[in-house]
Write a protein that binds this ligand. Structure first.
Ligand code: PXL
Length: 281
């Protein structure tokens, strides 16, 4: 049975090699049965962990695209933003949200800034402060611990934090203005890794975990956020969508374990799409 199809827009870069941002968001959200329009923020020859990447800034296209789509009276069920390539892009994305956020539009901001306590290349504290402002426009934000630290101008909680520390961090993050917060990459013991969720409307805190896979990989934040967006727009609800995204990310990491030499730069999510579709699309 076919149903009315939902439409999302993914605002993110195209890293031509590297399996992250739009080359992850487009297939995953589409696989969930959601139309995925794209608003590319930059085109890079490869993501920033590759030596010598090229960077073509597309900031000037953002507002032109917004104006055209306004004329077309496009409706989005979801606006999902990820990697933004310049300070000006952040305010243009704010303007984009103001133009297209309807009553039934879900806004998810993944405040892509860094990982493992470090900012990605070319990002600064000023950029992080602007990203914190964009978070105010979101219904849901999905930072990792590094991004949480930079958004709040706090020390990075490396290892050794408690569940109380995480609850407090979630509450502080929600004060940036988003109704719901998901902190990704949270681990309270050696063998598991998961996500901590907070809904500021109900005050509810939830933790969901799966196996901790020993190998870390680039792009898993994008795989997680894209799966979360696809599931949430599909109608699975906040917590269930976070569970689907967590389980799928673990499956993708497992699918890459024996292929790390060739695929050090991303996860083999492609092999896992059929099972995602079968279970949830
Ligand atoms: O996965 C986050 C990401 C997105 N886009 C670009 C990146 C990264 C992480 O390194 O370099 C260009």
């Amino acid at each position: 049975m076919y149903m009315k199809q939902k439409r999302a827009v993914a605002i993110n870069d195209i890293s031509c090699m590297g399996k992250c941002s739009l080359t992850v968001a487009l297939p995953i959200i589409s696989a969930m049965g959601i139309e995925t329009a794209v608003l590319p923020t930059a085109v890079l020859s490869a993501h920033t962990a590759f030596e010598g990447f090229t960077f073509c800034d597309l900031t000037d296209e953002i507002d032109k695209t917004r104006e055209h789509w306004e004329k077309l009276k496009v409706h989005f069920d979801c606006i999902y933003s990820g990697y933004l390539g310049s300070l000006r892009q952040i305010s243009l994305v704010e303007k984009f949200i103001d133009s297209f956020k309807a009553e039934d539009t879900l806004v998810v901001v993944d405040p892509v800034l860094g990982d493992n306590g470090q900012l990605y290349k070319n990002f600064t504290d000023v950029f992080a402060a602007e990203m914190a402002k964009l978070c105010a426009k979101a219904d849901v934000i999905t930072p990792n611990l590094t991004e949480a630290a930079y958004l709040l101008k706090r020390e990075y909680l490396g290892d050794g934090y408690t569940e109380e520390d995480i609850k407090e961090l979630l509450a502080e993050l929600s004060k940036l203005g988003a109704k719901k917060v998901v902190l990704t990459g949270i681990s309270y013991d050696e063998n598991s890794l998961g996500v901590a969720m907070y809904d500021s409307l109900t005050g509810e805190y939830t933790y969901y975990k799966n196996e901790k896979i020993s190998s870390m990989s680039h792009g898993t934040g994008d795989v997680w956020a894209s799966t979360f967006v696809g599931s949430y727009v599909k109608g699975y609800g906040f917590e269930k969508s976070a569970e689907i995204a967590t389980d799928f990310t673990v499956e993708c990491l497992k699918a890459t374990l024996d292929d790390k030499e060739e695929h050090w730069y991303g996860v083999n999510f492609e092999q896992c799409l059929p099972s995602l579709i079968k279970k949830y699309a």
